[in-house]
Design a protein around this ligand. Structure first.
Ligand code: GLC
Ligand code: CA
Length: 569
């Protein structure tokens, strides 16, 4: 397999609004990020993916861009950005920009022009259609509730917006749009940025006839309807030729609705399109059919099935990205682990399970502390338009009661990941000296970076060690993955193989002890990492430390609640 720096790197995602506020206005900013680069260096990450910092009216916290070549005032200035980029590079950290080009803000100059008249030069930059039978042109729904079409009386037509009505979709079939995007990307590359995370890039090519889709619980077809459209690969290949080939970039496409077969095209190792994609099948294991608003807990067998399909499916053909969290998902300890008694153990276990797989690891800010979901009390506590709109739409239609919907939001809302980063146990978790734009999770006194940096067995130090191990053992990056025990509902176990080297990863996903029979070849292996360090207090005494620190392994192993262990031979 071809070796690449971006396969060996670990990416850390920053959501600037919630990371660190440098001037006390309650909103995280670029200078705040610069002030924390040493923290990231200490963690050991190689690349920062920066959620959008461009000029934006903030209908969707920066994912609605009104000028791609200006910095949002609340976040600082272009000088602040340049300073941050230089400071990151000085520390050997690369910087990836969020590229949001499926849509712009409705306040972008192009859209302001486009809506003026049907013969405006920018008209065809967006997707306009007349009414059909007095209604929307088709039954597509917006990702954020309601129809994906907004009527504009100026020209008596509808425009398409797969996201909020302040996020009109660009018309990628128009070559002028593609040229604008490519020029803008080149401008950022000239500045020295190291790559792009491409927002919902799988949605850019719409079928010309915009056919109806199957309606979901709110009566509209999914916003994913246009996923993997007829020209998407052609457009990305054009982007590769006109932009990406110029520099040694890292690229990851957020591909909602991507199938394994499609991913093989987006992320093929021949380098014609992107380096890797974010797929979402593992984020659907606890959905209720196609509806994400539920409290359903996943069945571990479903998770293993999905992860294994992607590990094996892309093997030697393309490259995976590895994530449990981002700014659109709830916290993984609350979702797949245990955010009570076993919070630390399960945060470490989840990290071991995921980051020992094949692919490039992505860590979302706060995940390295085991930050949890947030005890939001009422709908006024939320800031995210997705959560707020879904609450009103689904309770209004009588699909769910208010109490039910609040429970679902507490479990799944994107705002769970967007509360301020917990730096210390001082007021507002050290995030701001002012009033934070969204509530701070009340557990910051107990869960914060300062406490974890000072404690050897913290989640932070465990993440640090996992990152270091990737640099020391090629098998973690390049080894072939094979699942063990596909039918176990408790244990996720797999091996990685590279030449003579073999790695075994065993994770207990339950709050009970679980017995595991190690494949014989690992019995004289060495423990690389484990999230419990004392010899077992109870149960079978399967691991005992020998003098040189390496342990003696015996069968059967009795795994502690949420135990994770990786053994190398
Ligand atoms: C992506 C982003 C999400 C945003 C949406 C619209 O899914 O990750 O935060 O709301 O695209 O840009
Ligand atoms: Ca600020």
């Amino acid at each position: 397999m071809e070796k690449k720096w971006w396969k060996e790197s670990v990416v850390y995602q920053i959501y600037p609004r919630s990371f660190c506020d440098s001037n006390g206005d309650g909103i995280g900013d670029i200078r705040g990020i610069t002030s924390k680069l040493d923290y990231l260096k200490e963690l050991g990450i190689d690349v920062i993916w920066l959620s959008p910092v461009y000029q934006s009216p903030n209908d969707d916290n920066g994912y609605d861009i009104s000028d791609y070549q200006a910095i949002m005032e609340e976040f600082g200035t272009m000088e602040d950005f340049d300073e941050m980029l230089a400071a990151a590079h000085e520390r050997g950290i690369r910087l990836v920009m969020d590229l949001v080009v499926n849509h712009t803000s409705d306040e972008h100059r192009w859209f302001v022009e486009s809506r003026k008249s049907t013969d405006n030069p920018y008209r065809d930059y967006y997707i306009w259609r007349p009414a059909k039978d007095g209604k929307e042109p088709n039954n597509w729904g917006s990702c954020f509730s309601g129809p994906a079409w907004e009527y504009d009386s100026e020209t008596d037509m509808y425009y398409l917006h797969l996201f909020s009505k302040k996020q009109p979709d660009l018309n990628w079939d128009n070559p002028a749009v593609r040229e604008e995007v490519f020029q803008m990307m080149n401008w950022w590359l000239d500045k020295g940025v190291d790559g792009f995370r491409m927002d919902v890039i799988s949605l850019i090519s719409k079928k010309p006839d915009l056919p109806d889709g199957i309606p979901g619980i709110n009566g509209y077809a999914s916003f994913n309807e246009p996923a993997n459209g007829p020209h998407v690969h052609e457009y990305l290949q054009e982007m590769r030729e006109k932009v990406l080939n110029r520099a040694d970039t890292i690229t990851v496409g957020e591909c909602s609705g991507v199938t394994l077969e499609e991913a093989k095209k987006y992320a093929r190792s021949d380098g014609r399109e992107l380096n890797m994609v974010f797929q979402f099948e593992h984020m659907d294991v606890d959905a209720d059919g196609t509806n994400k608003w539920s409290e359903k807990k996943m069945d571990l067998r479903d998770l293993k099935n999905v992860m294994t399909r992607w590990q094996k499916g892309l093997e030697d053909i393309a490259w995976n990205s590895l994530f449990w969290e981002n700014h659109d998902q709830p916290r993984s300890v609350s979702r797949f682990g245990n955010d009570g008694r076993y919070r630390e153990a399960s945060a470490k276990m989840l990290a071991t399970c995921l980051y020992m797989m094949q692919g490039t690891p992505y860590i979302y800010q706060g995940q390295e502390l085991g930050m949890t979901n947030v005890p939001f009390e009422n709908i006024e506590d939320f800031r995210d338009l997705d959560s707020i709109n879904a609450y009103h739409e689904l309770t209004g239609q009588g699909v769910f009661s208010k109490e039910e919907m609040m429970r679902f939001l507490r479990y799944k809302s994107r705002d769970n990941a967007r509360t301020p980063f917990q730096w210390n146990d001082k007021e507002n978790a050290g995030f701001t000296s002012g009033t934070p734009w969204i509530m701070v999770n009340p557990n910051y006194k107990e869960i914060n970076a300062q406490e974890q940096l000072a404690r050897d067995d913290s989640v932070f130090h465990y993440f640090q060690k996992l990152i270091r191990l990737r640099k020391e053992h090629e098998v973690i990056v390049y080894g072939t993955y094979d699942l063990l025990l596909p039918d176990s509902k408790e244990i996720y176990a797999y091996t990685r193989t590279l030449g003579e080297t073999k790695l075994l990863v065993v994770c207990n996903f339950t709050a009970e002890q679980a017995e595991f029979e190690m494949p014989g070849e690992f019995l004289d292996g060495k423990i690389l990492i484990r999230n419990y360090d004392e010899p077992k207090a109870s149960g079978k005494d399967d691991i005992s430390s020998s003098e040189n620190g390496s342990a003696e392994l015996k069968n059967p192993m009795m795994l502690m609640p949420y135990e994770a262990v990786a053994v190398i031979v």
